[in-house]
Unconditional design. Structure first.
Length: 129
């Protein structure tokens, strides 16, 4: 689904992930739902904050496999590729911890170039076992 590149769009995307996971049998408040909702929240917030291009939406895809669930967030900004920060950010900063959370919660995550258009996709998977 496409969402406006705004805090409201990020909030709606996060809620959609939680709702879809519940419909798939991963209930609200459960490990899978809570973890993937948090990961989706971080990735969509980053897409809005760091991947925003005026007039362009970000896209979210949630896919379920037999052994894992994958969340993908695609934005249209090519030149700002996220990297995992080295060490912890200073204690008084208000940002810089999102990818540390994603890396700590996800089984695996990465950044791939967007195919067919400018931008990138940041994805994370959570094993269900």
């Amino acid at each position: 689904m496409a969402f406006t590149s705004s805090p409201r769009g990020a909030r709606l995307a996060r809620r959609l992930v939680s709702h879809r996971l519940d419909a798939w049998g991963y209930p609200y408040g459960g490990r899978v739902n809570d973890t993937l909702t948090l990961i989706a929240g971080e990735l969509t917030a980053n897409a809005v904050r760091h991947g925003h291009v005026a007039g362009r939406d970000f896209h979210l895809r949630l896919t379920r496999g037999t052994a894992s669930v994958r969340v993908e967030v695609t934005d249209t900004r090519t030149e700002r590729v996220p990297v995992l920060p080295e060490g912890d950010p200073p204690g008084d900063t208000e940002s810089g911890r999102g990818l540390l959370l994603v890396a700590g919660l996800a089984t695996r995550w990465a950044v791939t170039p967007r195919t067919g258009a400018p931008g990138k996709t940041v994805w994370a998977e959570l094993d269900l076992g």
